[in-house]
Ligand binder design. Structure first.
Ligand SMILES: O=C(O)[C@@H](CO)OP(=O)(O)O
Length: 230
């Protein structure tokens, strides 16, 4: 059974070097092209997933739609969950990555950005642009969880919960499953699948719009991993 992971194509805020997290920004034109290429690569490799999962954020939802369209495989069910969202970047959402690094220093910046259990500072309600960077979004009204910041560890908890609730049963029943999600929600899943230690997780970077395909046994052991580059 195959598990296909695709990080969304470049978003408008990736292009501007801004922390994004749960802010719902659109794909850039380059990102749409990357999503298309991801679908083309899957087609060339003859990988046709039976079901697709994505987050509540449109950069991932649109990546899934564009890739499946290119694959000629739009009929499959696509299920969305907030549990596959990008990690919540707290007070850093909407801020320029270089400016944040300058303000907090390289060490804390890297501990938050690529470490395991250091969350970004939470968003403070007293901030003048609080409503812009922490928008009230009705799609989260009923989930009972709207974090003010998340570490990779927090992100991993919800991703792995969802993996066992929904994705593993689909792998076992349908065989091939695609997930279109985000840099950090996918890092959390890869960390789990590949049994990567917290102190080594900073080495893992996930390129945008690049299918990573795991061939798994029924016990979720990796038989093979292929990265389809453009
Ligand atoms: O801004 C974000 O939400 C993420 C992904 O783009 O940033 P980073 O790669 O720095 O964790």
């Amino acid at each position: 059974m195959k598990l296909v992971l695709i990080r969304h194509g470049q978003s408008e805020w990736n292009a501007k070097n801004l922390f994004t997290g749960w802010i719902d920004v659109e794909l850039s034109e380059k990102g749409k092209e990357e999503a298309k290429k991801a679908g083309k690569l899957l087609k060339e490799a003859e990988i046709f997933p039976n079901i697709c999962y994505t987050s509540y954020l449109k950069r991932a939802i649109h990546t899934a739609q564009i890739a499946l369209c290119e694959l000629g495989w739009e009929h499959i069910d696509v299920l969305r969950s907030w549990k596959l969202n990008e990690r919540h970047y707290g007070d850093w959402q909407g801020k320029n990555k270089n400016e944040v690094k300058e303000k907090y220093g390289e060490e804390l910046f890297m501990a938050v950005r690529r470490g395991y259990d250091t969350p970004p500072p939470p968003i403070e309600e007293s901030e003048p642009d609080f409503e812009e960077r922490y928008p009230v979004d009705l799609k989260y009204a009923n989930i009972g969880y709207h974090p003010k910041s998340e570490s990779l560890k927090d992100t991993r908890e919800r991703v792995i919960e969802y993996f066992y609730e929904e994705i593993v049963p689909s792998l076992l029943v349908y065989g091939d499953v695609m997930i279109a999600a985000h840099g950090n929600s996918l890092r959390a899943l890869i960390m789990y699948l590949e049994n990567i230690a917290p102190e080594d997780i900073h080495k893992i970077e996930i390129p945008t719009g690049t299918p990573i395909v795991y061939d798994l046994t029924k016990e979720l052991k990796i038989k093979n991993k292929t990265i389809y580059n453009h």
